[in-house]
Design a protein around this ligand. Structure first.
Ligand SMILES: [Zn+2]
Length: 88
């Protein structure tokens, strides 16, 4: 049996991966099994996604909080201007 020389990036299991496969950039260079490789790809996508989703979530979260403030401010300011303009 071949000695394990690679650690699965998903389940951390040690497994053997020949240098041929590594040079071919086969999934075997990253994961011990196709299942683990699928998981590995998911994690890569997940690692990229949260950053993009967070910015979307942040803008979504911050805008509803900021909007009521600007809505509250403007009518008050406009009402003040209107009442001032209306008086003279
Ligand atoms: Zn694995």
């Amino acid at each position: 049996m071949n000695k394990p020389n690679t650690i699965c990036r998903v389940c951390k299991k040690e497994y053997f991966c020949c240098s041929d496969r590594k040079s071919l950039n086969s999934w075997k260079a990253m994961a011990c099994s196709p299942e683990c490789f699928k998981e590995y790809m998911k994690r890569i996508h997940a690692a990229r996604k949260p950053a993009a989703e967070q910015t979307i979530l942040n803008t979504k979260e911050s805008s509803p909080v900021e909007k009521p403030k600007t809505i509250k401010k403007k009518p008050a300011e406009e009402a003040g201007k209107l009442s001032r303009n209306a008086k003279p």
